[in-house]
Design a protein around this ligand. Sequence first.
Ligand code: MN
Length: 437
Amino acid sequence: MRQIDETHDPQLASWVESANRPGCDFPLQNLPFAVFRRAGSREPLRCGVGIGEAILDLTALGPAAPREGAAAEALAACAAPALNALMALGPQAWQALRRGLSRLLRADSPHARALAAALVPQAQAEFALPARIGDYTDFYTSIHHATAVGRLFRPDQPLLPNYKWVPIAYHGRASSIGVSGQRVRRPHGQLMPRGADSPRLAPSERLDYELELGVLIGPGNALGEPIPIERAEEHVFGLCLLNDWSARDVQAWEYQPLGPFLAKNFATTVSPWVVTLEALAPYRAPWRRAEHDPAPLPYLDCAALRAAGAIEIALEVALETALMRERALAPERLAQADFRDSYWSIAQMVAHHTVNGCNLAPGDLLGTGTQSGPAPQQAGSLLELTAGGSRPLTLKSGEQRRFLADGDRVILRAWCERAGFARIGFGEAAGTVWPAA
Ligand code: MN
């Protein structure tokens, strides 16, 4: 478990003025990582850290850069066009770099004047995927989502008997993961409407989003060597936002018996920013099971999990239709949820994924699955919000939605707040639906 240290002090202010504004996602206490270059340039992609409305270019620190030790080693890994090399180093290196960067960016830093030249405004940057994602697995950790969706697909047995024992997941597709700003082409697929006697190939009519977090893996494990739950978080670099775009009509027809396939693998959008587990240390919470639920098997249980295995992260999904853009209306929030309501924790995801010896590698991505809360308005997908499309939402623009329309832009956001600590945010993961080819 990462410790709270000097970098989390809520009194710390930065010489980057925009980082000190209330409500800013990237105050000095956050320091999320991204891969970027100046928009429209042919500069090499490289790693940076978000501070206020700027990016600190980690390849441009000059004489202010740490010269030796774990921080220097970590910094050297940041010249790459992806975070994988940094991710491979592990928590000690990440903590050393975080401490070094925090000191450089503090209001009293003697390097402020020199480092101003290493700042790139976020508004002038373009972002790449934060890592080369070798493998992608999507979990199903929200029992509220699993129950609500199960009710639609299997009214007689909403929650399958394995749910409270197994952290359910499927292997996703890494090739179609894109960074925020992704254009998502409405997919074709086999549709089998209720009452029809044969399927047809057509553009999905029930395109949906899923409000999720992504877990980015740090050091991997050797094939055949499971990661014990006590050490699972040492293998996690940080979290991003993740939208698992889903074609519900394709899904309903194809998902049995082997689970999601073409309903899911046409696009996944992640945020460019990775918020580290170090930054998330102040927002931990005990992980609990309801009294009448079974205790997890021993390989999915440990004292550290019980003490602080959950993380309080507020999640939000908003929609901006083409009409809203035309009329300059603000995006409309559709739902809010919180990651603390997840049935399975990050450590349990990692321990379970590797219990059979499966190997994870730096930059692998684990989706948490759609995060829905206990209340109906906390649903992380349209499937749930519209009861399978049967109860359309009426938006403030007067439009109605059962599922997504062409031109719709879906925006995910997340943030952490706790008394006595700074508020930190995740930026956004946005994607726009394009018409079918
Ligand atoms: Mn999903």
